[in-house]
Design a protein around this ligand. Sequence first.
Ligand code: CA
Length: 227
Amino acid sequence: MSAKVLIVEDEPAIQELLAFNITQAGFRALRAEDEKSAWLQIRQNSPDLILLDWMLPNTSGLLLAKQFRSDASTSSIPIIMLTARGEEHDKILGFESGVDDYITKPFSPRELMARVRAMLRRHTPAIPDEPLAIDGLELSPISHRVRASGINIELGPTEFRLLYFFMSHVERVHSRAQLLNHVWGTQAFIEERTVDVHIRRLRKALEAAGKDHLIQTVRGSGYRFSA
Ligand code: CA
């Protein structure tokens, strides 16, 4: 399962260059040239990382970064901003908007890919290969599949990692902060209520196979996976 990198860049030549380097490095490149197509890609393909240009038609990368941070579906996706401006002031504005890293144009492909890899490593906690099975619920890290009662359960990448973490740490209560730390990695820009949003989605997905009861809310503490 190769990581998906969404490129939000309106200049075709730069978009092409970025996509080429990302594909060469073994990742999947998703492309968008404006705000609308960026959201479409996010909804359809759930990228693992966003490369975001500062100057976009009808909006700025800065505004878009703020939107991504405040939306539950995108708040955990790391963002690398592409900018022609190298000034300190702009960088600070970007970091305040939730950008995780910067690349200044013109960029060296090697530096770009080093940053992309570092960011993906930091934000994707490693998942070992062994399948897990608890109370009829089966999770296979290799095929990225979850099954129960003969039904395939479709999960987004965050819900999948969340379920994996629960299934490998059963009968323990995890606070929201602990879940953020283990499942999302150490990121400064995520709020704890984001966890509740993903728990809700995970429960909804498990409901179809009658397994939503496995994820229990522990009042005042957090969540527990219990068979
Ligand atoms: Ca541009």
